[in-house]
Design a protein around this ligand. Structure first.
Ligand SMILES: [Cu+2]
Length: 566
């Protein structure tokens, strides 16, 4: 039996009456009728920032935080009723949280933290969160598990379903130890978010995500600082998430129209939220700013610019780079981050718009267009003069790992789209099917090659390690699939090199540093390189997961365990 991949599905569709009509998920998304978000007036409310709309978490003890996951309601737009949200409460009661993204932990590299998360949410999913009980271990029961995305931690502090497949239930507490160890956890923007098995897409959609900002002696967050970048009020996190709304103010998450199926292949919103508010505005002074941008969408790949000003990227997921890189647009898949310096000096009195454009090939994402992100109003007065030039060098790292001892070949498959059995997978197996096949030896360097035989880009995320992107090689995926494919796709372990149709395209300048999420584009196999170390004092074996960070894909079932062994 020949698997019908989405790639082929799309090829047929493109011959028809036009992609926008032919795409099944575009037709299926009832955005015009019941939902009302796409019609909301833009740029009516200020962007929440840390200390004004985003709570900077208060410790519950020395280097210790105690959170409860709880339900709150916030008005995300002046004409919407309050939206019920799931949130991380640091004990403050969240009076300082303005929108649907409202918590930030500020930590110091080299200083470990003890953190707890106590489940204080409903026992069962409310009606606005459509769980697909085929995918969850305990049906409609709300099982939570918080993952520190980018954390270099013990397996049982990671928050992953290879260790705790059932997660944590009401009243239960997840206790974790975040090492913040150097050099693996340098100054960087991480995030913590829910990772419940089969329900990550829903729990994150409902609001369970927060920022985790790591500082060090260079990247102090103050201004001035030793490295000449903007800080203080001039450093601003921007967490971009698309959502849909029901008329009653609840977030809308569509369900499948396939009989017996609730899960949908990708969630796309018709409304953009930044830092948890609908289409906000930000007032800036005509000087330099630092933006810490996170794509917090479930499935949408963003291609961002802000009109006139040049974007200087100074880092990504794995921290700061050695030099700034000038970028025209930021192409960020879900979970990817960009650390960016922007100079508004020449834009005094101007109104700018951050826009999201269609992704350019070879990046492919079936999201319907959603162009406006937020407005930036440049004032005329500088209250505190900051840096006046982009620093020529930075105290960060270029990723440059030694040759690997092992190369693993991992396939990305999509099986039976639009059928009841529709799922995605890695290596032609389910998450928990068969033995763990990825077992790097502790301390060694390995190459992992992601071989995409689907039609779309998949942002592949590894827990525990950050990695170097080596490059992407075009190949004849149909011939590869023809030669080796089975009913659930192409099994892992088969080198696609004989099917290459051109030389490897090396990682571009904006992938010069360490990353924890990489775009595996269709028509290419993507090579990454990582050193599989464990935190100090932690002994192998330790179990983690790697997965697509389109969270609908992760939930069904594009995720696999890996074990760091002795
Ligand atoms: Cu995916």
């Amino acid at each position: 039996m020949e698997p019908i991949t989405r790639r082929r599905f799309l090829q047929y569709a493109a011959l028809g009456t036009g992609a926008a009509i032919a795409l099944p998920w575009a037709g299926r998304m009832p955005v015009a009728g019941a939902a009302r978000g796409g019609k909301l007036t833009k740029y009516l409310q200020p962007l929440p920032i840390p200390g004004a709309g985003i709570v900077v978490a208060t410790p519950s003890g020395q280097n210790q935080y105690s959170f409860t996951q709880t339900e709150i309601a916030r008005q995300l737009h002046p004409t919407l009723p309050p939206t019920p949200l799931w949130a991380y409460d640091d004990g403050s009661g969240l009076g300082g949280q303005a929108g649907s993204f409202g918590m930030a932990i500020v930590a110091q590299s080299g200083v470990p933290l003890t953190v707890s998360y106590t489940h204080d949410l409903p026992k069962k999913y409310p009606s606005w969160i459509p769980v697909d009980t085929r995918l969850t271990p305990l049906g409609r029961k709300v099982r939570l598990m918080t993952h520190l995305h980018g954390g270099f931690v013990r397996a049982d502090s990671d928050g992953n379903p290879a260790v705790t497949p059932d997660g944590f239930g009401p009243g239960e507490t997840q206790n974790v130890f975040y090492t913040n160890q150097l050099p693996q956890m340098p100054a960087s923007l991480l995030w913590f978010h829910d990772h419940g098995l089969g329900a990550t897409r829903l729990n994150v959609f409902a609001g369970l995500a927060g920022a985790y900002i790591l500082r060090d002696q260079y990247d102090t967050g103050e201004e001035p600082n030793p490295i000449g970048i903007p800080g203080g009020a001039y450093e601003i996190p921007l967490v971009v998430q698309d959502r849909q709304f029901n008329p009653d103010g609840t977030f809308r998450y569509p369900t499948s129209d396939i009989e017996g199926v609730t899960w949908i292949g990708e969630y796309f919103g018709d409304t953009m939220l930044v830092n948890g508010k609908v289409w906000p505005f930000l007032e800036v002074e005509p000087r330099m700013y630092r933006f810490r941008i996170l794509n917090g969408c479930n499935a949408r790949i963003l291609t961002l610019d802000i009109g006139g000003p040049t974007l200087w990227q100074i880092g990504a997921e794995g921290g700061m780079w050695d030099v700034p890189v000038r970028v025209k647009q930021l192409v960020l898949a879900p979970a990817e981050r960009a650390d960016v310096v922007v100079d508004f000096t020449k834009f005094k009195g101007k109104t700018l718009v951050m826009k999201n454009h269609r992704p350019r090939a070879p990046v492919s994402n079936p999201a319907p267009s959603l162009e406006s992100v937020m407005q930036i109003r440049v004032g005329t007065t500088v209250h505190q003069p900051g840096p006046t030039s982009i620093p020529p060098s930075l105290p960060g790292r270029k990723a440059d790992l030694p040759e690997p001892v092992t190369t693993r070949y991992i396939t990305l498959n999509e099986i039976d789209p639009e059928e009841v059995e529709w799922f995605l997978n890695l290596n032609a197996v389910h998450f928990d099917e068969g033995p763990v096949t990825e077992t790097p030896k502790v301390g060694t360097v390995e190459d992992w090659v992601y071989i995409n035989v689907t039609g779309d880009t998949h942002p592949m995320h590894t827990h525990l390690v950050t990695f170097q992107v080596i490059g992407r090689t075009p190949f004849d995926e149909e011939a590869y699939e023809e030669a080796y494919g089975g009913p659930n796709g192409v099994p892992g372990g088969i080198d696609p090199a004989p099917f290459a149709t051109g030389p490897m395209v090396p990682a571009p300048p904006e992938e010069r540093g360490f990353k924890d999420t990489v775009k595996a584009n269709p028509g290419y196999f993507t090579r990454i390189r990582a050193k599989f170390e464990l935190p100090n004092g932690v002994t192998a074996p330790q179990d983690y997961v790697y997965h697509c960070h389109i969270v609908e894909h992760e939930d069904n079932d594009m995720m696999r365990p890996f074990t760091v062994k002795t």
